[in-house]
Design a protein around this ligand. Structure first.
Ligand SMILES: Nc1ncnc2c1ncn2[C@@H]1O[C@H](COP(=O)(O)OP(=O)(O)OP(=O)(O)O)[C@@H](O)[C@H]1O
Ligand SMILES: Cc1ncc(COP(=O)(O)O)c(N)n1
Length: 271
């Protein structure tokens, strides 16, 4: 079993952030670990408040893991400000883990900001070059590149521009477009398009967190980036399809359907 780490914020309502990441790791047969960067008081409707964990403690959490345990993949989610981002970048550069997947979380589904805009420069200059894969949604790709995205061609141009900032692979997610959700991957040579069928539901809280964690676990489990993204997109579609009617707003993705499959696999392989 591979050990995978998420460095992200806590969503007390269990739909996004650390909680979504750990559920996703578990459903992929990986051992999940977490470094919590912020405690977000949020639910399916709103973000009420954000408490950043002191930088020294985040740094200690990262050391605690890397000084003791081998890490096969790292997913990075919410980093709310410059100081935290600088430190996480410095620690990743120090420990050089493989399979770093960065989800540049900026705004929660309800519209609340989860990243200080002043941190954009650090994201571009220090975090993006550390990413084996960066997974911006359309608004995030627009902020990072400073260019509007209206078409698939614009998504490709954005992926290329972000690749040039130093990420090895860039996946621009198309969930925010109307119509079928197509994601575009650029690997520095070619574009790969991942098409999906739109599932008509309001229960999509945590889809971005789930996708990036599934990619991380797949890479840690030895899949290529192309296979990791294809399989993660299928996983998210299943998690949306089986989404739960929890709360009054955007309900969370559901990971249980995969646990049952995993249980069967383990039984059949006598693991
Ligand atoms: N309604 C939907 N039906 C099917 N797939 C979807 C739907 N919405 C999003 N997706 C897929 O889910 C993944 C996450 O995409 P999205 O663009 O929503 O990311 P995100 O905005 O970062 O998510 P979040 O809002 O949770 O942070 C992508 O693979 C996208 O294509
Ligand atoms: C702690 C944390 N991290 C990430 C998100 C983004 O997820 P979403 O856009 O689905 O609200 C979130 N809401 N909370």
């Amino acid at each position: 079993m591979k050990n995978v780490l998420t460095i992200a914020g806590s969503d007390c309502s269990g739909g996004a952030g650390i909680q979504a990441d750990i559920k996703t790791f578990q459903a992929h047969g990986a051992f999940g670990m977490s470094v919590i960067t912020a405690v977000v008081a949020e639910n399916t409707c709103d973000v009420i408040s954000i408490h950043d964990i002191p930088v020294i403690n985040i740094s200690d959490q990262i050391d605690a893991i890397f000084l003791d345990i081998s890490v096969a993949g790292v997913k990075v989610g919410m980093l709310s400000g410059e100081e935290i981002m600088n430190m996480v970048a410095q620690k990743l550069a120090q420990y050089q883990p493989k399979n770093v997947v960065i989800d540049p979380v900026m705004v929660a589904k309800g519209g609340c900001s989860l990243m200080d805009p002043a941190a954009l420069n650090v994201l571009q200059k220090k975090m993006i070059p550390l990413a084996f894969c960066l997974t911006p949604n359309i608004p995030e790709a627009e902020v990072i590149t400073g260019k509007k995205i209206r078409t698939i061609e614009d998504m490709k141009m954005a992926a290329k521009a972000i690749y040039q900032m130093g990420a090895k692979n860039v996946l621009v997610k198309g969930g925010h477009f109307l119509g079928e959700p197509t994601d575009i991957l650029y690997d520095g040579t070619e574009f790969h398009s991942y098409k999906g069928k739109r599932i008509h539901t309001k229960n999509t809280h945590g889809t971005g967190c789930t996708l990036s964690s599934a990619i991380t676990a797949n890479l840690a489990n030895g899949k290529t980036i192309y296979e990791a993204v294809r399989s993660a997109k299928e996983y998210v579609a299943g998690a949306i399809q089986n989404a739960l009617e929890i709360g009054k707003g955007h309900g969370p993705t559901n990971h249980f359907y995969k646990y049952y499959e995993l249980e069967e696999k383990y039984k059949n392989e006598n693991l």
